[in-house]
Each structure stands twice: as structure tokens, then as C-alpha cells.
Design a protein. Structure first.
Length: 153
């Protein structure tokens, strides 16, 4: 399905009319999060991305280590990657999916998994601010992001 068709089907599924803007993106508000769905036509793909938040003032090295470990083989990202915007310093979660292999149900399920992982990382970074100086040395991968390589959702 084309990106526009996926967005239309998603809107029907969730009961909210969704629109693709002139730049090929659709912005969703989910709880207190904003998730952008971006068409990547040259690759027949869609990108999901959402802001995790800003780095904590202390304990950044431990958080970055946890993020790198989570990115490795997608252990704690549900198939997405964590990145940092060089202009703002804020962290983001991003995922790209091939539209050629997605029907409407698979698209909605992938988006739901992405939102759940984003929500977990937002909470982790927010809570990390409170515990960073006291975190034990062996806590590189946050609780809930360990195990079989994916966040339990």
C-alpha cells in the first residue's frame, strides 16, 4: 500500500481523520507524545520518529551507554534506533519500514509497537534524571529493555 493509503486506513482504524501534509508527513498526538510518520518515496518506505527528550544534566555517560547497548542488534528498541539531534541535543527514536510488505493491520501494529517503545524510553530518560548519580554500574540496559532483544510490550 502507498503511504497515503496507509494513513487513510490508519485513520479509519483509530476513528480519527488523518492527513498527509505537502511534505509527505503525518503527525499524530498519542497521550503526551508526538509521533511523526514520514513518507520516504524513493525507498517505498515510511519513517516513524518521536522525541525521547533532552539528556539529563548528570549521568549522561551511563545513559548513552545504555542507549548504545539498546541500539545494538535492536536489543531494547523494538527494531528502531535511538539518535541525537546535533542542533538541539535532544534524543529521538526512529524506525523505517518497507511499505511494500505492510498491509493496513501490520502498519497499525508496527506503529503501536513503536509508540510503546517510545513511551518506555521517554519514561526511562525522565526517570534517569532522578536516579542517574546513584545508578549501579551494572545497570547499562534499563529494566524492561532486557531479555530477548526487544522491549516487552
Amino acid at each position: 500500500m502507498r503511504f497515503e493509503e496507509q494513513i487513510e486506513a490508519l485513520g479509519s482504524k483509530i476513528g480519527v481523520p488523518l492527513q498527509v501534509d505537502d511534505e509527505g508527513s503525518c503527525v499524530l498526538s498519542v497521550d503526551d507524545m508526538t509521533v511523526t510518520l514520514q513518507s520516504i518515496p524513493e525507498a517505498e518506505s515510511v519513517g516513524f520518529w518521536g522525541e525521547i527528550g533532552e539528556p539529563p544534566p548528570q549521568g549522561l555517560e551511563k545513559l548513552l551507554s545504555a542507549m548504545l547497548e539498546a541500539n545494538h542488534m535492536f536489543r531494547g528498541t523494538g527494531g528502531a534506533t535511538i539518535s541525537r539531534d546535533s542542533e538541539t541535543g535532544r534524543f529521538f527514536l526512529c524506525r523505517v519500514l518497507d511499505l511494500r510488505n505492510l498491509d493496513a493491520e501490520a502498519f497499525a501494529a508496527a506503529l503501536e509497537r513503536f509508540v510503546n517503545v517510545l513511551e518506555a524510553w521517554i519514561a526511562l530518560v525522565r526517570d534517569f534524571r532522578d536516579v542517574a548519580p546513584d545508578m549501579p554500574a551494572d545497570s547499562n540496559v534499563p529494566t524492561g529493555l532486557r531479555g530477548d532483544g526487544f522491549l516487552a510490550v
